[in-house]
Write a protein that binds this ligand. Structure first.
Ligand SMILES: [Zn+2]
Ligand SMILES: [Zn+2]
Length: 384
Protein backbone atom coordinates (compact mmCIF):
# COMPACT_ATOMS: atom_id res chain seq x y z
CA UNK A 1 0.00 0.00 0.00
CA UNK A 2 1.42 3.44 -0.90
CA UNK A 3 2.51 5.52 2.08
CA UNK A 4 -0.03 8.30 1.53
CA UNK A 5 -2.85 5.73 1.68
CA UNK A 6 -1.71 4.82 5.20
CA UNK A 7 -2.12 8.43 6.18
CA UNK A 8 -5.66 8.49 4.81
CA UNK A 9 -6.45 5.53 7.10
CA UNK A 10 -5.88 7.79 10.10
CA UNK A 11 -6.89 11.32 9.16
CA UNK A 12 -10.15 13.00 8.28
CA UNK A 13 -10.22 13.81 4.62
CA UNK A 14 -12.55 14.49 1.71
CA UNK A 15 -12.76 12.26 -1.32
CA UNK A 16 -13.94 13.31 -4.74
CA UNK A 17 -16.64 11.36 -6.52
CA UNK A 18 -15.58 11.74 -10.14
CA UNK A 19 -18.74 9.99 -11.35
CA UNK A 20 -21.02 12.60 -9.79
CA UNK A 21 -18.67 15.55 -9.43
CA UNK A 22 -19.28 15.79 -5.67
CA UNK A 23 -17.25 15.42 -2.45
CA UNK A 24 -17.74 13.46 0.75
CA UNK A 25 -16.12 13.51 4.19
CA UNK A 26 -14.25 10.40 5.43
CA UNK A 27 -13.51 10.11 9.18
CA UNK A 28 -11.79 6.74 9.62
CA UNK A 29 -10.59 7.44 13.18
CA UNK A 30 -14.21 7.45 14.39
CA UNK A 31 -14.40 3.69 14.00
CA UNK A 32 -11.80 3.45 16.78
CA UNK A 33 -14.49 4.60 19.23
CA UNK A 34 -15.31 1.80 21.67
CA UNK A 35 -18.18 -0.22 20.31
CA UNK A 36 -20.48 -2.04 22.68
CA UNK A 37 -22.48 -3.77 19.97
CA UNK A 38 -24.00 -7.09 20.85
CA UNK A 39 -23.35 -10.07 18.61
CA UNK A 40 -26.68 -11.14 17.19
CA UNK A 41 -27.28 -14.74 16.31
CA UNK A 42 -27.49 -15.67 12.65
CA UNK A 43 -30.88 -15.06 11.16
CA UNK A 44 -32.87 -17.78 9.42
CA UNK A 45 -35.48 -16.95 6.84
CA UNK A 46 -38.79 -18.43 7.91
CA UNK A 47 -41.03 -17.18 5.10
CA UNK A 48 -43.20 -19.71 3.24
CA UNK A 49 -42.32 -20.60 -0.35
CA UNK A 50 -45.83 -19.53 -1.37
CA UNK A 51 -47.93 -16.88 0.38
CA UNK A 52 -51.63 -16.82 -0.59
CA UNK A 53 -51.82 -13.13 0.47
CA UNK A 54 -48.82 -12.00 -1.68
CA UNK A 55 -49.71 -10.03 -4.80
CA UNK A 56 -46.53 -11.27 -6.55
CA UNK A 57 -46.82 -15.03 -6.01
CA UNK A 58 -47.86 -17.09 -9.08
CA UNK A 59 -51.60 -17.55 -9.53
CA UNK A 60 -52.53 -14.85 -6.99
CA UNK A 61 -54.92 -11.95 -7.56
CA UNK A 62 -53.52 -8.39 -7.53
CA UNK A 63 -55.10 -5.23 -6.13
CA UNK A 64 -56.81 -4.26 -9.39
CA UNK A 65 -58.17 -7.77 -9.88
CA UNK A 66 -55.64 -9.12 -12.41
CA UNK A 67 -54.49 -12.70 -11.81
CA UNK A 68 -50.77 -13.47 -11.99
CA UNK A 69 -49.93 -16.34 -14.36
CA UNK A 70 -48.34 -19.48 -12.89
CA UNK A 71 -44.94 -18.24 -14.00
CA UNK A 72 -41.83 -20.36 -13.54
CA UNK A 73 -38.93 -17.88 -13.84
CA UNK A 74 -39.68 -14.16 -13.97
CA UNK A 75 -42.88 -12.19 -14.50
CA UNK A 76 -43.33 -8.56 -15.63
CA UNK A 77 -46.46 -6.43 -15.29
CA UNK A 78 -47.37 -2.75 -15.23
CA UNK A 79 -47.43 -1.54 -11.63
CA UNK A 80 -51.00 -1.27 -10.37
CA UNK A 81 -49.91 1.86 -8.47
CA UNK A 82 -47.50 3.53 -10.89
CA UNK A 83 -45.66 6.68 -9.79
CA UNK A 84 -45.93 8.09 -13.31
CA UNK A 85 -48.70 7.62 -15.84
CA UNK A 86 -48.86 7.45 -19.60
CA UNK A 87 -51.97 9.59 -19.87
CA UNK A 88 -52.53 12.73 -17.86
CA UNK A 89 -53.63 16.36 -18.29
CA UNK A 90 -51.17 18.47 -20.29
CA UNK A 91 -49.12 21.02 -18.37
CA UNK A 92 -47.27 23.88 -19.97
CA UNK A 93 -45.77 26.70 -17.99
CA UNK A 94 -46.60 30.11 -19.45
CA UNK A 95 -43.55 32.00 -20.62
CA UNK A 96 -43.56 35.47 -19.19
CA UNK A 97 -40.09 36.74 -18.34
CA UNK A 98 -41.50 39.42 -16.04
CA UNK A 99 -43.23 36.83 -13.90
CA UNK A 100 -41.01 35.56 -11.05
CA UNK A 101 -43.01 32.33 -11.00
CA UNK A 102 -41.32 31.40 -14.25
CA UNK A 103 -38.00 31.60 -12.49
CA UNK A 104 -38.70 30.37 -8.98
CA UNK A 105 -41.70 28.09 -9.25
CA UNK A 106 -40.71 25.93 -12.20
CA UNK A 107 -42.28 22.61 -13.05
CA UNK A 108 -42.42 20.24 -15.98
CA UNK A 109 -44.71 17.31 -16.60
CA UNK A 110 -43.41 13.73 -16.52
CA UNK A 111 -45.08 10.84 -18.25
CA UNK A 112 -43.97 7.25 -18.19
CA UNK A 113 -44.75 3.73 -17.22
CA UNK A 114 -43.74 1.63 -14.21
CA UNK A 115 -43.28 -2.12 -14.22
CA UNK A 116 -42.77 -4.69 -11.52
CA UNK A 117 -40.53 -7.67 -12.33
CA UNK A 118 -40.42 -10.71 -10.06
CA UNK A 119 -37.10 -12.54 -9.74
CA UNK A 120 -38.53 -15.96 -8.89
CA UNK A 121 -41.86 -17.69 -8.32
CA UNK A 122 -40.63 -18.56 -4.80
CA UNK A 123 -41.80 -16.08 -2.17
CA UNK A 124 -38.94 -16.83 0.22
CA UNK A 125 -35.86 -16.52 -2.04
CA UNK A 126 -33.58 -13.52 -2.57
CA UNK A 127 -30.85 -12.87 -5.13
CA UNK A 128 -28.38 -14.17 -2.53
CA UNK A 129 -30.08 -17.58 -2.64
CA UNK A 130 -29.85 -17.83 -6.44
CA UNK A 131 -26.99 -19.20 -8.53
CA UNK A 132 -25.66 -17.16 -11.48
CA UNK A 133 -27.59 -19.49 -13.82
CA UNK A 134 -30.79 -18.72 -11.87
CA UNK A 135 -30.07 -14.97 -11.97
CA UNK A 136 -29.48 -15.06 -15.74
CA UNK A 137 -33.23 -15.09 -16.66
CA UNK A 138 -33.66 -11.89 -14.61
CA UNK A 139 -30.90 -10.20 -16.62
CA UNK A 140 -32.45 -11.47 -19.84
CA UNK A 141 -35.81 -10.02 -18.75
CA UNK A 142 -34.18 -6.65 -17.90
CA UNK A 143 -32.54 -6.74 -21.30
CA UNK A 144 -35.82 -7.50 -23.08
CA UNK A 145 -37.76 -4.77 -21.29
CA UNK A 146 -34.96 -2.25 -21.97
CA UNK A 147 -34.64 -3.27 -25.62
CA UNK A 148 -38.38 -3.13 -26.22
CA UNK A 149 -38.37 0.51 -25.04
CA UNK A 150 -35.34 1.70 -27.05
CA UNK A 151 -35.91 4.55 -29.46
CA UNK A 152 -35.76 3.20 -33.04
CA UNK A 153 -33.39 6.12 -33.73
CA UNK A 154 -30.89 5.00 -31.06
CA UNK A 155 -27.61 3.49 -32.32
CA UNK A 156 -28.31 0.74 -29.75
CA UNK A 157 -31.50 -0.23 -31.57
CA UNK A 158 -29.54 -1.48 -34.57
CA UNK A 159 -27.43 -3.72 -32.32
CA UNK A 160 -30.41 -5.04 -30.47
CA UNK A 161 -33.15 -5.12 -33.09
CA UNK A 162 -35.79 -4.23 -30.51
CA UNK A 163 -38.58 -6.78 -30.24
CA UNK A 164 -42.12 -5.62 -29.64
CA UNK A 165 -43.25 -5.94 -26.05
CA UNK A 166 -45.32 -8.96 -27.03
CA UNK A 167 -42.31 -10.67 -28.61
CA UNK A 168 -40.30 -9.90 -25.51
CA UNK A 169 -42.93 -11.80 -23.53
CA UNK A 170 -44.14 -8.70 -21.75
CA UNK A 171 -47.91 -9.06 -21.56
CA UNK A 172 -48.73 -5.37 -22.11
CA UNK A 173 -49.30 -3.06 -25.06
CA UNK A 174 -46.56 -0.79 -26.40
CA UNK A 175 -46.21 2.48 -24.45
CA UNK A 176 -47.97 5.43 -26.04
CA UNK A 177 -44.83 7.56 -26.22
CA UNK A 178 -41.05 7.24 -26.56
CA UNK A 179 -39.57 7.55 -23.07
CA UNK A 180 -36.10 8.86 -22.41
CA UNK A 181 -34.90 6.99 -19.33
CA UNK A 182 -35.37 3.56 -17.82
CA UNK A 183 -34.50 3.05 -14.17
CA UNK A 184 -34.24 -0.56 -13.04
CA UNK A 185 -33.99 -0.73 -9.24
CA UNK A 186 -34.55 -3.03 -6.28
CA UNK A 187 -35.48 -2.05 -2.74
CA UNK A 188 -34.67 -5.01 -0.56
CA UNK A 189 -35.76 -5.30 3.05
CA UNK A 190 -38.08 -3.39 5.34
CA UNK A 191 -35.16 -1.08 6.25
CA UNK A 192 -35.30 0.21 2.68
CA UNK A 193 -39.07 0.64 2.76
CA UNK A 194 -39.85 -2.52 0.85
CA UNK A 195 -43.31 -3.74 1.83
CA UNK A 196 -43.23 -7.17 0.18
CA UNK A 197 -40.44 -9.74 0.72
CA UNK A 198 -41.25 -11.54 -2.55
CA UNK A 199 -38.06 -11.03 -4.62
CA UNK A 200 -38.74 -8.34 -7.20
CA UNK A 201 -37.52 -5.11 -8.71
CA UNK A 202 -39.17 -2.12 -10.28
CA UNK A 203 -38.61 -0.61 -13.70
CA UNK A 204 -39.67 2.99 -14.16
CA UNK A 205 -39.55 4.65 -17.57
CA UNK A 206 -39.92 8.44 -17.82
CA UNK A 207 -39.99 11.21 -20.38
CA UNK A 208 -37.09 13.12 -18.79
CA UNK A 209 -33.63 12.29 -17.45
CA UNK A 210 -33.73 12.04 -13.62
CA UNK A 211 -31.13 13.86 -11.52
CA UNK A 212 -28.71 10.97 -10.77
CA UNK A 213 -28.64 9.92 -14.41
CA UNK A 214 -28.16 13.49 -15.58
CA UNK A 215 -25.36 14.21 -13.13
CA UNK A 216 -23.42 11.04 -14.02
CA UNK A 217 -23.95 11.53 -17.73
CA UNK A 218 -22.55 15.07 -17.53
CA UNK A 219 -19.41 13.76 -15.81
CA UNK A 220 -19.04 10.84 -18.26
CA UNK A 221 -19.41 13.17 -21.27
CA UNK A 222 -16.93 15.64 -19.82
CA UNK A 223 -14.32 12.93 -19.20
CA UNK A 224 -14.83 11.46 -22.66
CA UNK A 225 -14.39 14.90 -24.20
CA UNK A 226 -11.24 15.68 -22.19
CA UNK A 227 -9.59 12.25 -22.59
CA UNK A 228 -9.79 11.51 -26.29
CA UNK A 229 -13.02 9.52 -26.22
CA UNK A 230 -12.12 7.27 -23.27
CA UNK A 231 -14.64 6.07 -20.71
CA UNK A 232 -14.25 7.37 -17.15
CA UNK A 233 -15.53 4.09 -15.71
CA UNK A 234 -13.34 1.89 -17.95
CA UNK A 235 -10.30 3.89 -16.79
CA UNK A 236 -11.54 3.81 -13.19
CA UNK A 237 -12.08 0.03 -13.28
CA UNK A 238 -8.58 -0.47 -14.66
CA UNK A 239 -7.09 1.72 -11.93
CA UNK A 240 -8.98 -0.14 -9.20
CA UNK A 241 -7.78 -3.49 -10.57
CA UNK A 242 -4.17 -2.20 -10.44
CA UNK A 243 -4.60 -0.88 -6.86
CA UNK A 244 -6.52 -3.93 -5.67
CA UNK A 245 -7.37 -2.61 -2.20
CA UNK A 246 -11.01 -1.76 -2.95
CA UNK A 247 -11.70 -4.78 -5.19
CA UNK A 248 -14.23 -7.26 -3.79
CA UNK A 249 -14.56 -9.62 -6.75
CA UNK A 250 -13.92 -9.76 -10.47
CA UNK A 251 -14.50 -12.02 -13.43
CA UNK A 252 -13.66 -11.61 -17.12
CA UNK A 253 -16.32 -8.95 -17.74
CA UNK A 254 -17.13 -7.26 -14.42
CA UNK A 255 -15.40 -5.64 -11.48
CA UNK A 256 -17.07 -5.47 -8.06
CA UNK A 257 -15.53 -2.63 -6.08
CA UNK A 258 -16.20 -0.53 -2.97
CA UNK A 259 -15.77 2.76 -4.82
CA UNK A 260 -13.18 5.31 -3.73
CA UNK A 261 -16.07 7.74 -3.16
CA UNK A 262 -18.50 5.32 -1.42
CA UNK A 263 -20.94 7.04 0.94
CA UNK A 264 -22.72 4.02 2.42
CA UNK A 265 -20.54 1.80 4.66
CA UNK A 266 -20.62 -1.24 2.37
CA UNK A 267 -21.53 0.50 -0.86
CA UNK A 268 -20.52 -1.46 -3.94
CA UNK A 269 -20.39 -0.83 -7.67
CA UNK A 270 -20.49 -3.49 -10.36
CA UNK A 271 -18.71 -2.01 -13.38
CA UNK A 272 -18.16 -3.53 -16.81
CA UNK A 273 -14.39 -3.58 -17.33
CA UNK A 274 -14.68 -2.65 -20.97
CA UNK A 275 -16.87 0.07 -22.35
CA UNK A 276 -20.42 -1.30 -22.59
CA UNK A 277 -23.18 1.21 -23.16
CA UNK A 278 -26.11 -0.85 -21.98
CA UNK A 279 -27.50 -4.37 -21.50
CA UNK A 280 -27.72 -4.82 -25.27
CA UNK A 281 -23.93 -4.65 -25.52
CA UNK A 282 -23.58 -7.78 -23.34
CA UNK A 283 -23.41 -11.16 -25.07
CA UNK A 284 -24.70 -14.33 -23.40
CA UNK A 285 -21.43 -15.09 -21.59
CA UNK A 286 -21.12 -11.46 -20.43
CA UNK A 287 -24.69 -11.58 -19.10
CA UNK A 288 -23.75 -14.72 -17.15
CA UNK A 289 -20.69 -12.87 -15.81
CA UNK A 290 -23.01 -10.05 -14.71
CA UNK A 291 -25.24 -12.63 -12.98
CA UNK A 292 -22.18 -14.00 -11.19
CA UNK A 293 -21.18 -10.51 -10.04
CA UNK A 294 -24.68 -9.91 -8.61
CA UNK A 295 -24.63 -13.33 -6.90
CA UNK A 296 -21.21 -12.54 -5.36
CA UNK A 297 -22.34 -9.15 -4.03
CA UNK A 298 -25.65 -10.30 -2.55
CA UNK A 299 -24.26 -13.49 -0.98
CA UNK A 300 -21.33 -11.62 0.59
CA UNK A 301 -23.75 -8.99 1.91
CA UNK A 302 -25.86 -11.65 3.64
CA UNK A 303 -22.78 -13.41 5.01
CA UNK A 304 -21.30 -10.17 6.39
CA UNK A 305 -23.70 -9.86 9.34
CA UNK A 306 -25.45 -13.22 8.89
CA UNK A 307 -28.71 -11.55 8.02
CA UNK A 308 -30.82 -10.87 4.95
CA UNK A 309 -28.93 -7.69 4.10
CA UNK A 310 -31.09 -4.70 3.09
CA UNK A 311 -30.08 -2.47 0.19
CA UNK A 312 -31.24 -0.37 -2.72
CA UNK A 313 -29.62 -1.30 -5.99
CA UNK A 314 -30.01 0.07 -9.48
CA UNK A 315 -28.63 -0.08 -12.99
CA UNK A 316 -27.27 2.94 -14.84
CA UNK A 317 -26.87 2.59 -18.60
CA UNK A 318 -27.54 4.51 -21.81
CA UNK A 319 -30.79 6.48 -22.04
CA UNK A 320 -33.57 4.91 -24.13
CA UNK A 321 -33.50 8.00 -26.28
CA UNK A 322 -30.62 10.44 -26.45
CA UNK A 323 -27.97 12.06 -28.55
CA UNK A 324 -25.21 9.87 -29.98
CA UNK A 325 -22.86 11.61 -27.55
CA UNK A 326 -25.02 10.68 -24.54
CA UNK A 327 -25.31 7.08 -25.64
CA UNK A 328 -21.60 6.66 -26.43
CA UNK A 329 -20.58 8.28 -23.13
CA UNK A 330 -22.81 5.95 -21.07
CA UNK A 331 -21.03 3.11 -19.28
CA UNK A 332 -23.02 0.16 -17.96
CA UNK A 333 -22.82 -0.26 -14.17
CA UNK A 334 -24.88 -1.13 -11.11
CA UNK A 335 -24.91 0.51 -7.67
CA UNK A 336 -25.67 -1.16 -4.34
CA UNK A 337 -26.46 1.19 -1.45
CA UNK A 338 -26.89 -0.77 1.81
CA UNK A 339 -27.63 1.04 5.09
CA UNK A 340 -26.10 -1.44 7.61
CA UNK A 341 -22.96 -0.32 9.43
CA UNK A 342 -21.75 -2.74 12.12
CA UNK A 343 -24.37 -5.44 12.58
CA UNK A 344 -27.81 -6.57 11.47
CA UNK A 345 -29.38 -3.84 13.61
CA UNK A 346 -26.96 -0.91 13.54
CA UNK A 347 -27.71 1.14 10.47
CA UNK A 348 -26.36 4.36 9.07
CA UNK A 349 -28.70 7.29 8.59
CA UNK A 350 -27.95 10.17 6.30
CA UNK A 351 -28.80 12.91 8.80
CA UNK A 352 -27.32 16.02 10.40
CA UNK A 353 -23.98 16.80 8.76
CA UNK A 354 -24.89 14.65 5.76
CA UNK A 355 -28.08 16.60 5.13
CA UNK A 356 -26.69 20.00 6.01
CA UNK A 357 -23.13 19.80 4.69
CA UNK A 358 -22.07 16.70 2.74
CA UNK A 359 -22.10 12.89 3.04
CA UNK A 360 -19.77 11.44 5.67
CA UNK A 361 -18.52 7.92 6.36
CA UNK A 362 -16.57 6.25 9.17
CA UNK A 363 -14.99 3.01 7.96
CA UNK A 364 -13.00 3.51 4.79
CA UNK A 365 -13.99 1.83 1.51
CA UNK A 366 -10.68 -0.10 1.76
CA UNK A 367 -11.76 -1.59 5.12
CA UNK A 368 -15.23 -2.37 3.76
CA UNK A 369 -13.76 -4.10 0.70
CA UNK A 370 -11.47 -6.22 2.89
CA UNK A 371 -14.45 -7.38 4.96
CA UNK A 372 -16.51 -8.20 1.87
CA UNK A 373 -13.58 -10.05 0.28
CA UNK A 374 -13.39 -12.22 3.41
CA UNK A 375 -17.01 -13.32 3.49
CA UNK A 376 -17.41 -15.17 0.20
CA UNK A 377 -18.14 -18.87 0.26
CA UNK A 378 -21.36 -20.66 1.08
CA UNK A 379 -24.41 -18.58 2.01
CA UNK A 380 -24.50 -18.66 5.83
CA UNK A 381 -28.18 -19.75 5.90
CA UNK A 382 -27.34 -22.98 4.12
CA UNK A 383 -25.09 -23.95 7.01
CA UNK A 384 -27.60 -23.28 9.81
ZN1 LIG B 1 -44.95 -13.92 -2.97
ZN1 LIG C 1 -24.38 5.31 -11.64
Amino acid sequence: MPENMNILDDISHRRYNSLRGTWLLVSPHRTKRPWQGQQESAEKITLPEYDPACYLCPGNKRAQGDINPKYTETFVFVNDYSAVKEEQAEYKQEVNPEDLSNLLLRAESVKGRCYVLTFSPSHNLTLADLTPKQILPIIQAWSQVYTAHLSPASPLASVAQPPSLALANIPVSAPSAQYRWMQIFENKGAAMGCSNPHPHCQIWTTTGLPEEALQELEQLKKYRHEHGGKSLLADYAQLEIEKGERVVFQNATFLVVCPWWAVWPFEVMVISKEHKRSLVDLNDQEKLDFAEAIAEVTRRYDNLFQTSFPYSSGIHQAPLEGSDEEIEASHFHMHFYPPLLRSATVRKFLVGYELMAEPQRDITPEQAAAQLRDCGGTLYRKLL
